[in-house]
Design a protein around this ligand. Structure first.
Ligand code: 1CP
Length: 350
């Protein structure tokens, strides 16, 4: 039995005693203990592939802060890596791929990898983390959305304008649809494997879907996420496994996102959470939406911002507090502690 299931109850819009909180990228470079473990591992990818070390860094933020959920330590880019694209991290430059998927011939070569072998290190990490958590809080599994994964596969790394993938979308939509098809089938297998290994909720990170024009978002990102939601195992061990969809920049499409059958929508900070609740709160829970940059302000300002978000959401359940995107590597961990404490203190319903 889970000792703290507040996060899962809030996602199911069941009564809670306080608003649960976790932070996107809660394990990472802003924690000195993470940097030390990463150094020992040799590289970021070796850290992801080493069960013991991946377990250790997943638990590090929970040792510091009373977070209401843990998130698997891994990366969305393990999926294109398993497709043979050769992921590596150039020092100070972020993720890169040895091979890109841009031409008709590249697309023809794409395949759905065997998740059970190629990504076994991820499901091994899930099982190991569940054991180490000992039912303290639920474990979140995750994947990138088909479109967000395609951004990295076509661009070959991070991008500021998504020139290659968007050109493909306008010039050869058939090629992009084929990539998205392969990604969708892979993500369904991948998330189901995480659920079977013990992930108690899953989040689909659609980090770059918000760069698409109206209409194209629905056709090239949302449609495929809808297929994933429909293909997931939604119950495990007698309990619902909630699905959270996070499209950064997706605030104008909330009704469309809520209609795909997910349990919760992740919001970035540009949307008013109270207004989002009025729009879709009868269908889904909401997760968010503190501007991660506000963590650079002093604790009093952080608390004021937490209070503004909690007040805007209003009473009752259905809110999981989070950042509107990942925590910055330059954040002072004491400020993250102030955020978590403020959410718990200001939301407690006595
Ligand atoms: O140098 C290092 O130690 C690597 C930094 C790092 C970390 C800590 C990367 C490289 N990935 C991660 C972990 C990670 N990535 C988690 C772990 C669990 C957690 O604590 O939250 C998760 C959930 C992710 C997901 C992820 N990776 C996303 C989606 C979320 C988002 O931020 O939008 C994306 C887009 C990535 C790609 C990626 N991997 C790493 C970096 C620096 C990036 C972003 C590159 C870019 O901006 O394009």
């Amino acid at each position: 039995m889970l000792k703290n299931d507040t996060f899962l109850r809030a996602l199911m819009r069941e009564p809670v005693e306080y608003t649960p909180v976790w932070m996107m990228r809660q394990a990472g470079r802003y924690l000195p203990e993470y940097c030390a473990t990463r150094k020992n591992a040799g590289s970021f990818l070796q850290l992801c592939k080493n069960t013991e070390l991946a377990t250790e860094v997943t638990l590090q933020p929970l040792e510091r802060f009373p977070l209401d959920a843990a998130i698997l330590f891994s990366d969305i880019l393990t999926v294109p890596d398993a497709m043979g694209l050769g992921l590596y991290f150039a020092e100070g430059e972020g993720p890169k791929f040895e091979r890109t998927v841009r031409t008709e011939a590249d697309v023809a070569k794409l395949f759905v990898p065997d998740v059970g072998t190629e990504l076994k290190y991820v499901t091994d990490a899930v099982s190991s983390i569940r054991k180490a958590l000992d039912n303290r809080v639920p474990l979140i599994g995750f994947s990138g959305s088909p479109y967000t994964l395609a951004c990295y596969m076509v661009e070959g790394g991070s991008s500021s304008d998504y020139r290659n993938i968007k050109t493909m979308m306008y010039a050869r939509p058939d090629l992009l649809h084929r990539i998205l098809e392969v990604n969708t089938l892979t993500v369904i297998d991948y998330l189901n494997a995480q659920i079977e290994a013990g992930a108690q909720a899953v989040q689909i990170f659609d980090s770059w879907g918000g760069s698409l024009p109206y209409g194209k978002y629905q056709e090239f990102s949302l449609q495929y996420m809808a297929r994933i939601v429909a293909g997931l195992k939604r119950e495990n061990d007698g309990r619902r496994v909630p699905v959270i969809v996070f499209t950064k920049g997706g605030g104008q499409w909330l009704e469309d996102i809520a209609a795909i059958g997910c349990d919760a929508i992740g919001l970035d900070w540009t949307t008013d959470i109270g207004e989002a609740r009025r729009r879709v709160g009868d269908k889904v829970a909401l997760q968010g939406n503190f501007d991660p940059v506000a963590l650079f302000a002093p604790p009093a300002a952080i608390e004021a911002e937490v209070e503004r978000i909690l007040t805007s959401y209003g009473g009752g359940t259905g809110h999981v507090f989070n950042l509107g995107h990942g925590i910055s590597q330059f954040t002072n961990p004491d400020h993250a502690a102030a955020l978590v404490a403020a959410v718990h203190r200001l939301s407690r319903k006595d």
